[in-house]
Write a protein that binds this ligand. Structure first.
Ligand code: SAH
Ligand code: SF4
Ligand code: F3S
Length: 522
């Protein structure tokens, strides 16, 4: 039996700070020199601290405009952000874009033109991290050509001790590292990076407060709205509770006000974000208000489509099923990650539900919403997963009949319990399992789409199809991509389309009627 290796390659050697010279230390942090590079560590991530769940109340801070003296910091300058990972990160990028533009910066897609480049990173699997380190290699050349360029690393990887140590030692051309709890500090951090000569490291391990009223730059027809931050589930394979801190819900009035405002601005679809949205409200000490209550209130707001991600099977209660069954703007698509079909593996993953509980929940949902589309996340090759346990996953997939699922080979993450578990399953076996699972999912996905043949579906038109100027692309209420012939002027409208050619990944259809401009989701 081989023991699985910790997630980050050469993890141990990046902790060796014996070659770091402390220059001085004061109430603003520590100034050190590593391999000739001066670094100002305001605060550094710590796995130990990130594991802690403090009892102190979460503060909600409302007054967060850009300080007057920073409103012109970016005049004549360009910024570029590359975003990795989930919608949470995409949305954090929108907040940072809002802040950049409030400081007078202009966005650019061209990295050569940029004065500031940020990598908003993801730590969920090792290959996500490898991509970022590869990118840093490319950016080193840009930085050498243009020393005034500010290069920053933020997002979930910055919350990892090992990553920050590795950057300090091996990528000393980086100017700025900050974490997920202090993106609102971007203006001050940029100023420090401009005016100091040192690399600035400010990563808070303590769970963040909730910061309201930050500027956000949204584009298109769809908008994301955070309803809560963090995760307390600590599934044994997962890094997110460490990188995103403890669960904390935004106040209902703040969420509802933001959604009303987006409705006024004309957004057609809103996705509520949280790692575990059905834990919404559980942290309120002064009121009883659940995710079901929130959905019931949002249902009354005039936005055509409301989605949410991600829901956790454990906390999916009957009230929520009941509210979702009222439909209206609440679409009939639920992303309900199962991770494994084996109760034994689920136990080792600490998912806190069994196969039977999950299937019972799916039964309830299907009874209440017969045309529901269910999608999932599934991990294969969790440490020690046996052939039988993997077969349990296949049989669960057959029973639920997901329309699609994201599938992953387990990736050990340093600092998580599963990274310490014995693993006797070879990578070869894991790859074969992944291929078999994907094959089954594709087969079922195709069958599910086939059931739509001839049906008329409501489509939100996103625009002209990438490959064919005569074709439009859009999404059904269940988030399926559909292509059909139509005029570009329909972009942003709701239309009805008959499904004529269902395929595995995409539907093809024909327009059946003129667009309806009013909310059709009644
Ligand atoms: N909060 C969400 C998941 C967020 S992470 C939930 O609980 O459903 C997205 C997905 O990445 C997870 O659902 C899981 O399937 C996968 N994932 C997380 N950690 C992983 C790891 N260490 N290796 C492989 N996949 C992982
Ligand atoms: Fe990770 Fe589990 Fe939290 Fe999802 S619920 S973010 S998988 S710890
Ligand atoms: Fe990745 Fe962080 Fe999201 S680890 S998946 S960006 S919460």
């Amino acid at each position: 039996m081989s023991k699985s290796t910790p997630g980050n390659k050469d993890y141990s050697k990046y902790f060796d700070f014996s070659n770091a010279k402390v220059l001085h230390e004061d109430e603003h942090g520590k100034h050190i020199r590593v391999n000739g590079r001066e670094i100002h560590i305001v605060s550094q991530p710590s796995y130990r601290e990130e594991k802690r769940r403090g009892k102190e109340d979460v503060q909600v801070l409302y007054d967060n405009g850009i300080p007057e003296e920073m409103k012109h910091l970016g005049q004549g300058k360009h910024y570029h952000i590359t975003t990795y990972g989930c919608q949470m990160n995409e949305h954090d990028t929108e907040v940072m874009r809002g802040m950049f533009e409030a400081m007078g910066y202009t966005s650019t897609e061209d990295r050569d033109e940029a004065d500031v480049i940020l990598l908003n990173t993801c730590a969920i699997r090792e290959n996500a991290e490898d991509k970022v380190f590869g990118e840093l290699g490319h950016l080193k050349h840009l930085k050498l050509e243009k020393p005034s360029l500010i290069l920053g690393v933020c997002g979930c990887m910055s919350q990892e001790e090992s990553v920050v140590s590795r950057i300090m030692q091996k990528h000393s051309f980086v100017d700025l590292i900050f974490g997920t709890h202090n993106i609102h500090r971007l203006p001050q951090l940029l100023k420090d990076a401009y005016f100091g000569k040192e690399m600035v490291v400010e990563v808070w391990s303590k769970e963040g407060d909730i910061i309201e009223n930050l500027p956000k730059k949204r584009e298109g027809l769809r908008a994301w709205v955070n309803i809560m931050y963090g995760c307390d589930k600590f599934c044994t394979y997962c890094i997110v509770p460490y990188t995103r801190g403890k669960e904390r819900s935004r106040r209902p009035q703040d969420v509802l006000a933001e959604i009303r405002d987006l409705a006024r601005q004309g957004f057609k679809e809103i996705t509520l974000l949280g790692q575990n949205v059905n834990a919404y409200g559980k942290d309120f000490t002064d009121l009883t208000y659940s995710f079901g209550d929130l959905m019931d209130d949002i249902r009354k707001i005039d936005v055509p489509r409301i989605r949410f991600t991600t829901s956790h099977p454990r906390d999916f209660d009957d009230q929520l099923v009941e509210v979702l069954a009222k439909r209206g703007n609440l679409v009939e698509h639920i992303h309900l990650p199962v991770q494994s079909g084996s109760s034994e593996v689920l136990k080792k993953m600490s998912r806190k539900y069994s196969r039977e509980h999950y299937l019972e929940l799916v039964g309830k949902i299907k009874q209440a919403i017969p045309d529901v589309v269910l999608t999932s996340d599934i991990i294969v090759g969790f440490p020690g997963e046996t052939d039988e346990q993997f077969e349990d996953t296949l049989s669960l997939v057959r029973e639920v009949r997901y329309d699609s699922a994201y599938t992953f080979i387990y990736s050990p993450r340093a600092g998580t319990p599963a990274a310490e578990m014995e693993d006797n399953v070879s990578m070869e076996v894991k790859k074969v399992r992944l291929a078999r699972l994907n094959e089954l999912l594709n087969e079922i996905g195709r069958e599910r789409n086939e059931e739509l043949r001839g049906q008329v579906v409501e489509v939100l038109v996103e625009g002209v199809s990438k490959n064919n100027a005569e074709m439009l692309s859009g999404r059904t209420r269940t988030n399926k991509l559909i292509h059909f012939k139509g005029h570009a002027s329909l972009s942003g409208d709701f239309v009805h389309v008959r499904v004529t050619e269902p395929q595995t990944w995409v539907l093809k259809g024909e327009l059946v009627q003129e667009p309806e401009r009013a909310n059709p989701a009644v």
